[in-house]
Design a binder for this molecule. Structure first.
Ligand code: ACK
Length: 222
């Protein structure tokens, strides 16, 4: 039998290569460990449902982690999402499919709901970024194309992965309004950089050295 229609995936995205995926998980652990040990963090545990100065193990707090680390480009839900057919048929998407890309990570962040990495999409990567990706979740705001690009590293109990990109846009929204967060500490080693606090338990690490991870653009059908 022949397939009459192309099958659409759950989502299109960039999938981290195995070695870099392992490295990214280690980096994420290192980030949560160092962040959790910051004096400033220990004094601001209330948004995480903890009394101040109580012990909070962030590795346990972010109970869930995706099976495959990736940066979602277009969520299709096997075609149920409006516009996914059109997306899949774009020349740029067909051309990018199964090709290798380097993802540039400029920051890591943690909120009471999610922990993630901010991805700075490169011009060739923006070609397959949907025009409405940011509007879809924050219709009232305007963001540069690609602002939502992220890798979900973990989520708190009962939180869906889709929340990570929304949390990232919340940081960017605050930055756009001139609120750059309060510099409350520095991390070292593989996660060296400045830690800023944005209220409501929102922490952002600006990496001194951007991370580069290898990935493949493809579809997830699982
Ligand atoms: O961490 P993520 O980007 O958030 O990767 C997963 C992936 O698709 C598989 O669930 C993302 N996702 C889920 N629902 C949506 C949605 N409505 N819009 C965009 N991305 C979504 C989720």
């Amino acid at each position: 039998p022949t397939l009459e229609k192309e099958l659409l995936p759950l989502y299109f995205g960039w999938f981290l290569a195995k070695r870099d995926e392992d490295g990214m998980r280690k980096t994420s652990h290192e980030f949560l460990e160092q962040l959790g040990n910051l004096k400033a963090f220990k004094k601001r545990l209330l948004p995480y449902g903890c009394e101040d100065k109580q012990k909070l193990d962030l590795l346990k707090y972010f109970a869930k982690s995706p099976n495959i680390l990736h940066c979602t480009a277009k969520y299709c839900d096997y075609g149920k999402v409006l516009g996914s057919e059109e997306y899949a048929q774009q020349e740029a998407v067909k051309k990018a499919y199964s090709k290798g890309y380097t993802l540039h990570i400029s920051a890591l962040f943690a909120t009471p709901k999610t922990v993630g990495a901010q991805v700075e999409l490169q011009p060739d990567q923006l070609l397959v970024w949907p025009a409405d990706a940011e509007k879809e979740v924050m219709p009232k705001d305007t963001f540069p194309k690609g602002s939502r690009a992220h890798i979900t590293l973990g989520t708190a109990a009962d939180i869906q992965d889709v929340q990570t990109g929304i949390d990232l846009l919340e940081f960017i929204k605050l930055q756009q309004s001139g609120k750059d967060g309060e510099h409350l500490g520095d991390l070292t080693g593989a996660v060296a950089g400045k830690v800023s606090y944005y209220d409501n338990g929102m922490w952002l690490l600006n990496l001194s050295r951007k991370l580069e991870v290898k990935s493949i653009f493809s579809g997830y059908y699982g």
